[in-house]
Design a protein around this ligand. Structure first.
Ligand SMILES: [Mg+2]
Length: 349
């Protein structure tokens, strides 16, 4: 197989975390595998250094090793050969953010070869639409209310609100007022709270009817202590989900899984199965992925059947339109139905 990697910078129209460190240009790496018969598969690496600490330079170095590993292999004709090709790449460099790009391109190529969408290759013939949450950044309460009203009008019934700033209460109150009593409101602190103060903050914010506290504290041990202190609150890990899975025990209510940090579609589906064995609920989110990554997450969601709303309505954060197969409607995204990851996705890049 001949593979090529192409680094792109895509402008963000609405950075999630305004202020210091916010990316205004989002690097994405498109990884293309060309087969001898003229078919091609495309994947995407979406490292987000501010979130996962993985630089785009580290990813491109890993993808060069993967490219060399693939050059010695025939293109996969079935899922067994796909798994073998991915294992060869993992042996060359195990970085999940880069392996995800290879995994996506291999699934896309196999889908084009067989004429089947990836969800069908995963054994799901007729996938349900995936329920999504809207995301409201660490903005002022009035801006948060306006964003919530816009999302409500667009059909969303679940809202993830960034917290961890001094005006959390006002922001959550504004979103609750705007979204109404039935709305699911999730609070994502990105680990902003420490072990000592987190219980008090969760109790104070719970009066707004919080569906889930995502990464309120960093790390499995701190999350486990918090969940023990507040057994009725739903605590989820996002940044620390991989560490929680590696620990081999249920520490809190849920884990948020991502194509990039799991290392692709097959790895995410395996992580979800492992998480459920341990007793976790699971849901899926993006790391500001482009359409190839969002489509991959939708195919994975078809196989996983997430327990809660997924954070995949993020393409509108970019300053270009979502491709037609990935336009959210009524708070849902359909799993693409064309061969591979879906038709027309690459035109966005
Ligand atoms: Mg999060």
């Amino acid at each position: 197989m001949i593979a090529t990697a192409r680094l792109l910078s895509v402008g963000l129209s609405d950075p999630l975390r305004p202020g210091a460190g916010s990316p205004q240009l989002r690097p994405l790496v498109v990884f293309r595998i060309d087969a001898a018969d003229g078919l091609a598969g495309r994947g995407e690496a979406a490292p987000l250094e501010a979130y996962d600490g993985v630089s785009v330079e580290r990813v491109t170095a890993a993808l060069e090793r993967h490219r060399q590993a693939l050059s010695c292999l025939p293109e996969p004709a079935d899922t067994v050969q796909l798994t073998q090709a991915l294992a060869a790449c993992r042996a060359a460099d195990p970085l999940p953010q880069a392996l995800a790009a290879v995994d996506l391109a291999l699934w896309d190529l196999l889908g084009h070869r067989t004429g089947m969408p990836v969800h069908a290759l995963l054994g799901v013939a007729d996938p349900s639409p995936v329920a999504l949450n809207a995301t409201i950044g660490a903005v002022t309460p009035s801006e948060a209310a306006a964003e919530a009203r816009g999302a409500l009008a667009a059909g969303f019934s679940a809202f993830k609100v960034k917290v961890g700033t001094p005006d959390d209460r006002q922001r959550l109150m504004a979103v609750r007022d705007a979204a109404g009593p039935q709305a699911l409101i999730r609070a994502d602190a990105n680990g902003a709270w420490d072990r000592l103060t987190a219980p008090e903050r969760l109790r104070a914010l719970s009066r707004f009817g919080i569906e889930l506290f995502e990464e309120p504290v960093h790390g499995p041990a701190a999350a486990a202590a918090l969940q023990r202190a507040l057994p009725d609150a739903a605590v989820s890990l996002d940044e620390s989900a991989g560490a929680a899975l590696a620990g081999g025990a249920r520490l809190c209510t849920a884990l948020c899984l991502k194509i990039s940090s799991s290392g692709g579609i097959a790895a995410l589906v395996a992580d979800a199965a492992r998480a459920r064995e341990l007793g976790y609920e699971v849901y899926i989110a993006s790391t500001l992925d482009g359409p190839l990554g969002i489509a991959a997450a939708l195919h994975a969601a078809a196989a996983v059947a997430p327990d809660r709303h997924c954070g995949l309505a993020t393409l509108d954060r970019f300053d270009r339109p979502a491709p037609a197969p990935l336009a959210a409607a009524g708070g849902y995204l359909n799993v693409p139905s064309g061969p591979g990851l879906g038709a027309g996705l690459i035109d966005w890049y």
